[in-house]
Every structure is written in C-alpha cells, then in structure tokens.
Design a protein around this ligand. Structure first.
Ligand code: SAH
Length: 273
C-alpha cells in the first residue's frame, strides 16, 4: 500500500504491549477507503444537495468514532488516550469536504490524507486531532501555523482559540485557502504567503505553534516566538527518514524541552529565498 504524506508509516513497529502499529492503523484506513469509494457522495460536492449533506454528516459521525478508537489505541504512545471534548467538537464542526478537491469528495471523511495539488496534502484527520489536542489550547490563545495547505487545520484551530495566524509558502495554495476560509466565515484566521521558517514576528509571541511540514530541526525563530509556558507541535526528521511528532515546551525561564510522540510522514518544510 502506498504511504501518503501526513499518514503514520505502515511498516511494522511493535508497541510495548506487543501489538503492531501496522495492525493498528493500516487496515482501518484501507477498509474505510474502500467503504467510502463505494458509498460516498461521488461528484455531489458542487451541488451541495441535501442528500450529499446528510451523507457527509453520517460519514463525519463515523469518523469521530474512529478518532475516539484510534486515540484509545495509540494512547500509550501519545499520552492522549482520549482527545478533549473541545477538540472533538471542533473536528465535528469543520466541514472537511469543503477543504478537499471536488474529485475527492467521496473520501472527505475517510481517515486518510488526500492530495490537494502542487504536491501537497491535507493531513489525515487523526493527525490533525492529535496535533491539536497536544497543543492544549485555551479559548483566549493566539496560535501560529506553518503550512496552511488546504486551510483545514487552521479552521480546526480557529474553532478553539481567539486568533490563528497561518503561513503558506506556495502562492496558489495560500490564495485558495485564504479565499475558502473567508467564504466559510473564519474571520479569526489571518493568512500570509511566505516562508514560515522565520515565523511571523509582527504577531509574536504565540501561545502555541503548529508546524505541519517536516524539518530536521526546530526553526530557531519559532522557539523565539513562542511565549514562555507555550507549546509547539512539529514533525521532526530529515526527508526520506522516519519523522516523529514532537511536543516542544518552552518553560517560564525560556529553556525548552522536547517530548517525542508518534512516527509520522509529512511533506518537507521547504525554504524560500
Ligand atoms: N495544514 C495543512 C496541511 C499542510 S501540508 C492542512 O490542514 O491542509 C504542508 C504545507 O506546508 C504545504 O502546503 C506546503 O506548501 C507548506 N510549506 C512547506 N514549507 C513551508 C514553509 N517554509 N513555509 C510555509 N509553508 C510551507
């Protein structure tokens, strides 16, 4: 089976309790893909008919149950055996079908990453929920996201915090996400085209930072722009190697600590000029 960016690796990895991750994740994803290919509202995106909407609602409910189950199954490794009620409510509310290309409408609520063009992807819903949960967001927080992509993760964040700033390096990807987020009424998200490696100093410091592209090291500017007591979630690893989701904590005295979470696969954080 082809490994997609934003999806946990499918190679067999044995957990402490002897179960394998391959057993844990791959069949679920595969099974749901087949299911959705057969029963999803194919081509129904454009008309937004009542039938398509109720089909999406059903599929979203099924996805939420799957997220609960996956959180439980991976809880020993992530430290989050259940995602917070606020995070789950945000996952329930954001219409993922609006963020995937129309041709993938049937897979909008499958628990898998999908291509969004320009070699980029919208992340797997489980990874979006996990990264969001790991940020421990409060309603008054200001969050920086690096890698707007489809805008889906930004929308999930916007349901939970006061303000979201999101940077995307590919111009057409950034423009499309900005227009979509505006159309959907996400007035608390500000987007910008540019290289997120340097962060967004004008709006720093941030309560939380989420990086949705992989890099070998944490960009120093992002550490600098994190508030003391703030959290960053970032996939760390060189291109072509196994990446690990890491939770970076900045202590009150400015020193940082890192905690390793799940192995993941993201598209690389590229550098602008
Ligand atoms: N968060 C997205 C998924 C992101 S995929 C979603 O919810 O859909 C990673 C994105 O990071 C891609 O769109 C890629 O173009 C972007 N990216 C890569 N390097 C970047 C950089 N240096 N600065 C900003 N964005 C970057």
């Amino acid at each position: 089976m082809k490994r997609e960016p934003g999806m946990p690796p499918l190679r067999r990895m044995t957990n402490a309790d002897g179960r394998t991750r391959l057993k844990l994740m791959a069949p679920t994803i595969k099974h749901r893909s087949i299911l959705h290919t057969l029963s999803g509202p194919v081509g129904a995106l454009a008309d937004g008919s009542a039938q398509a909407q109720s089909s999406y609602a059903r599929e979203r409910d099924a996805l939420l149950k799957e997220l609960d189950a996956m959180a439980r199954d991976t809880g020993a490794e992530t430290g989050r055996p259940a995602f917070s009620a606020r995070v789950m409510a945000a996952m329930a509310k954001v219409p993922r079908h609006s963020f995937v290309p129309a041709s993938y409408g049937a897979l909008a609520y499958a628990n898998q990453p999908l291509p969004i063009g320009h070699g980029q992807t919208i992340s797997q819903p489980y990874i979006v929920a996990l990264m969001t949960d790991l940020l421990d967001l409060g309603a008054g927080d200001t969050v920086l996201e690096i890698g707007t992509g489809s805008g889906y993760q930004a929308a999930v964040l916007a349901e939970l915090v006061l303000r979201v700033y999101s940077i995307e390096i590919i111009e057409p990807v950034a423009s499309r996400a900005a227009a979509l987020l505006r159309k959907l009424g996400y007035n608390n998200i500000e987007t910008r085209i540019g290289d997120g490696y340097s962060g967004w100093p004008e709006h720093a410091p941030f309560d939380a930072i989420i990086v949705t592209a992989a890099t070998p090291q944490v960009p120093p500017a992002l550490i600098a722009q994190l508030k003391p007591g703030g959290r960053m979630v970032i996939p760390l690893g060189a291109e072509g190697e196994v990446q690990f989701l890491q939770v970076i904590l900045k202590r009150a005295d400015g020193t940082v600590s890192a905690q390793r979470s799940l192995p993941v696969r993201f598209v690389p954080l590229t550098r602008g000029n």
